[in-house]
Ligand binder design. Structure first.
Ligand code: SF4
Length: 378
């Protein structure tokens, strides 16, 4: 008999995870999620990895959903005590229809003026578009979709099988169009790019084209990670349902305990560069634009950080010397941590002022000076 999903409500002690600074991919400062476990049961899901899996038995993943029933109250208490920043939140698996914890958490975000970042495999997120629009009007937000293929890709059917019970891609692209029409930043997380299925040129192009055609303005791409029990589970799936792919994955993921990230087929950066070219061809970006609240006193700093982080990413794709890319990354971190407005520092003290920022040497001062001039004109 098919196993039924079990819902377990509980009251965690905390809800908000805080990062030292926003990451350079999704620009989120906080994460707060309403559920543990996921009914979509994607076969490749990284949440089966030991360090993420909320269950002792990996087979419970997808069949048990833990509902954080006091999440909105906890969030209300937490947001009153921290500076405003982007929160990764929302989870629109079928459980949300019944429990509505995501919606109640969004209400709290609106109350406190926190921008939200919602990454979805379900069009159910459209149910809360009214609320998200209100949040976005105050604090620019992002709603984007996990999409690793497109209906006209030759590998579409097989990728769909890998996505298991996640809603059809067509519905996600249509939802993206609605989000774009509502004036909210949208695009895709093209993760994980499954070797042998998603990394073909036809699939990359079909996905990026479909994104651009449905109002998406960016693609954030990443490779598949496989480690410990998650690797074991996925290799079992390959053996049973995709035996032709098994030799490729055995070659690419030879060690049971190592976790692999990045875009790993041959030269690990080839796919990233191809995505960059295709995004240019279709007039979108291969980086998520950083949402910034209008009037933010540190708005210029944040734009400079974004430009440095993007440059660092592209340098790494081009195999630039490691220390060059790191100089950009470290300068981006230092500027993120600078409380004073960069424009003010520059106007008051010129290059000397910029040099006084930690991890900003003379060469980087030139780069930052150029960015300040360019971005201040916008
Ligand atoms: S949608 Fe798929 S990949 Fe995302 S958490 Fe659920 S099972 Fe995992």
């Amino acid at each position: 008999m098919a196993r039924r999903t079990e819902f377990v409500t509980y009251r965690p002690k905390t809800i908000l995870n805080r990062h030292k600074r926003p990451d350079h991919w999704f620009w989120t400062r906080y994460t707060a999620y309403p559920y543990k476990g996921c009914q979509h049961k994607c076969l490749f899901c990284y949440c089966r990895e030991k360090k993420y899996c909320p269950f002792d038995d990996v087979d419970d993943f997808g069949y048990v959903v833990k509902v954080k029933e006091n999440a909105p109250e906890l969030l209300r208490r937490a947001l009153g005590r921290v500076p405003v920043g982007m929160i990764a939140t929302g989870d629109y698996q079928p459980a949300e229809k019944t429990f509505e914890v995501s919606r109640r958490m969004l209400e709290v975000c609106l109350e406190f003026g926190f921008p939200v970042s919602i990454l979805e495999r379900s069009p159910l997120v459209l149910r809360d578009l009214d609320l998200i629009k209100e949040i976005d009007a105050r604090a620019p937000s992002v709603v984007f979709f996990s999409l690793i293929s497109a209906p006209d890709s030759p590998t579409y059917e097989r990728v769909r099988e890998m996505e298991n019970l996640a809603p059809k891609m067509e519905r996600r692209y249509a939802a993206m169009e609605q989000v774009a029409k509502a004036g909210i930043l949208t695009g895709i997380s093209m993760m994980p790019i499954l070797p042998g299925l998603c990394d073909t040129d036809e699939n990359l192009e079909a996905t990026i084209r479909a994104t651009a055609e449905h109002g998406g303005t960016f693609v954030v791409a990443g490779g598949l990670t496989l480690s410990d029990q998650q690797r074991e589970y996925f290799f079992g799936v390959l053996r049973d349902r995709f035996p032709d792919l098994l030799p490729l994955y055995e070659r690419m993921y030879p060690h049971p305990t190592a976790s692999y990230g990045g875009l790993r087929t041959g030269d690990p950066h080839t796919i990233g560069r191809r995505i960059c070219e295709l995004c240019q061809q279709y007039g979108i970006s291969d980086r998520m634009p950083r949402p910034i609240i209008p009037g933010d006193k540190r708005g210029l700093n944040k734009r400079v950080v974004e430009a440095l982080a993007n440059e660092c990413y592209w340098m790494e794709l081009d195999n630039a010397p490691k220390q060059r890319a790191w100089a950009y990354r470290k300068a981006a971190w230092a500027i993120e941590d600078t409380e004073q407005d960069l424009g003010l520092i520059y106007r008051a003290m010129g290059r000397k002022g910029l040099e006084s920022i930690e991890n900003v040497g003379p060469k980087m001062v030139e780069v930052i000076e150029g960015l300040i001039k360019e971005l201040s004109r916008v």
